[in-house]
Design a protein around this ligand. Structure first.
Ligand code: NDP
Length: 330
């Protein structure tokens, strides 16, 4: 349970992004909520509101909580961001201005790992294409052709061995598929082989599952060179961020047979997806649904509310991001 505010002064919060019932209804009347679904809404808030706001809930990655937006709120203490990825929140600005940023890790880990595993199998065994085949009546004339891809005899390189990467690796263990990984540092308590060099790993495997954070450090890290190293049996699964993959290079690699297939949950310019990808038969495309089940989204919403309430009860936030650690509170 999370306690109430420690003073009788009302606490002004801004909800920035799509409205979510659990967040909207999660606060007592000690709080005053200001709603701005878009950046334009945020800019239209009256100056008196900018002066008062002490907490912000950023409810989706499509609204940029950048320096320009955040600088409008001189009393801001906490930004509670929905989702585990927070590349749309300027955490460097927050750190400089003594603002804590929280995200919603752990509560979505298994859900996203399920999607990664499902997307991998759907891509290899052509579930979507086979479904279309059945619906079109073609099964009545002949059996569906054998899939070229299979999870058997594959070796998977996981790009990012954090919470979700490790949950994907557990699923691959259960399927008896060998796993190695790439990240900047070896993950503690993880026995899989670590490759400090992504190209070296891509050469050693035939499948990449990408689950690193977005942001400058990972932009286009899956490029033409990596795809070439992966090779003609290669399958790319991206459940991280669209920015992590050089999308034109991927389209080219799929068209030319440089790799075999791809399963993508995320895209560079969502919700816009390149037409060329939509016409290809060797890709499975999902509309960014990694964590998008009712049960998991509810848990994420609740963690946004609990981070804000915990903070305004004078306690440390539940899940601060590493860039804005909190000391000496509560
Ligand atoms: P973690 O922070 O637990 O793990 C991140 C991993 O990525 C670590 O192993 C880290 O290791 C590695 N990493 C970070 N930066 C780099 C880099 N520059 N180069 C190589 N490896 C890097 O995060 P989670 O597992 O909880 O989540 C990962 C990401 O998944 C999120 O940030 C989010 O963007 C995405 N996601 C997508 C969802 C969807 O709907 N499709 C849903 C949920 C999350 P090291 O620091 O040693 O490099």
């Amino acid at each position: 349970m999370v306690g109430g505010p420690i003073s009788s002064e009302k606490i002004d919060l801004v909800i920035y992004g799509p409205l979510r019932p659990i967040i909207e209804n999660g606060f007592t009347d000690h709080y005053v909520l200001h709603k701005s679904e878009t950046r334009a809404d945020l800019e239209r808030l009256p100056p008196s509101v900018f002066e008062k706001v002490r907490g912000m809930a950023v409810t989706y990655h499509t609204v940029p909580a950048d320096k320009e937006s955040l600088a409008r709120f001189p009393r801001l203490e906490i930004i509670a961001s929905f989702g585990v990825g927070y590349d749309h929140v300027d955490s460097a600005y927050a750190r400089e201005h003594n603002i804590v940023v929280t995200n919603t890790p752990d509560v979505l880990t298994e859900e996203v790992a399920d999607v990664a595993m499902g997307l991998l199998i759907a891509t290899l065994r052509e579930f979507v294409k086979a479904d279309r085949y059945l619906r079109s009546g073609l099964w009545l004339t002949q059996n569906y052709p054998l899939s070229v891809g299979s999870l058997r005899d594959r070796k998977v390189g996981i790009v990012g061995m954090g919470r979700i990467g490790q949950a994907v690796a557990r699923r691959l263990d259960a399927s008896r598929v060998p796993v190695v990984y790439h990240s900047r540092n070896p993950a503690s308590g993880v026995a899989y082989k670590h490759y400090p060099d992504l190209i070296e790993m891509a050469k050693a495997v035939d499948t990449l599952i990408v689950i690193v954070p977005g942001g400058a450090a990972t932009t286009k890290m899956i490029n033409a060179e990596v795809l070439k190293a992966l090779g003609p049996r290669g399958v790319l699964i991206n459940v991280a961020r669209g920015s992590v993959v050089d999308e034109p290079a991927l389209v080219q690699a799929l068209k030319s047979g440089t790799i075999l297939a791809a399963g993508l949950d995320v895209f560079a310019n969502e919700p816009n997806v390149p037409d060329e990808l939509k016409t290809m038969q060797n890709v499975v495309l999902l509309p960014h649904i990694g964590s998008a089940s009712v049960v998991t989204r509810n848990a994420m919403d609740q963690l946004v509310v609990d981070n804000l309430k915990t903070w305004f009860a004078g306690k440390p936030p539940l899940t601060p991001v590493p860039e804005t650690p909190v000391k000496d509170r509560g």
